[in-house]
Design a protein around this ligand. Sequence first.
Ligand SMILES: *Cc1c(COP(=O)(O)O)cnc(C)c1O
Length: 303
Amino acid sequence: MFEIQSPTPLVRLDNNIIHNKNISLFIKRDDLIDPEISGNKWRKLKYNLIEARTQGFKKLLTFGGAFSNHIAATAAASKKFGFESIGIIRGDELNADSNTTLAKAHQDGMSLKFITRSQYQERDNPYWISALQKEHDAYIIPEGGSNELALKGVQEVVNEIDVPFNIICSAVGTGGTVAGLASALHDEQKVIGFAALKGEKYLHDEVSKLLNGEINNYEINHNYHFGGYAKFNPELLDFIQSFNKEFNIPLDPIYTGKMMYGLMDMIATGQFERGTTIVALHTGGLQGIAGFNNQHQTLLAEN
Ligand SMILES: *Cc1c(COP(=O)(O)O)cnc(C)c1O
């Protein structure tokens, strides 16, 4: 009922460093799922959309910050599959013209409601959720799209991978993607999540909550967040440019650039056993680069 480009390609990456450390490295190109519906955001939305349609909802309501890839993806997916959509946005000083993410969501037909940061803290409060649900007669999706049905969609990433692997890597925001991957692995496999933001205990707890504390085959690496969410330095941007030149694969500066920087650094510094096979999940996020370039007058290639 809701199909987009899938399975996505699994591409081998090799260079001298990877070769010398005797690592087999692959990248799972979920960035190719759709130009507007970012890779892992689609994985997390898919079964939520199916559930919304099954329950007869015509409207989706969700939450996000000013530059949220999830807001962009929900707006684009709603348009594509014929839902109305409402975005509850953190920051009452913002409007639909504040940046390209919000402008595009608005253009895709999403109705944007801007609330204060303190109101936004209530985004998981069940009383407020149920009030919103009644007020708008909408199917509610949490921030980042990370709920139980999201895990089911992310599990399909693992099922599509047709080489045996030891480790799968993903960038971490709300933790839904890492939780979904972890829930699909065999016992001897593990997930490494690269935190895109600061908050050590918080992130681990979020993943654990999504897994009901039952699965423990993941670790979260906090060494490569570059100071926090959307923070960066010239070294990260240089890395993204040279990775694109070497492999012809664009990365975004918020999530996938940090993950791949971290993973390449860990490989180069010998942190994996020889003979290890690693899959890096390219979660997408490329539609956000235009906004990033706008904001920082930095020119990263947009595809
Ligand atoms: C949102 C996002 C993530 C983080 O996913 P979570 O499931 O929230 O941890 C990673 N990469 C990209 C490109 C994203 O847009």
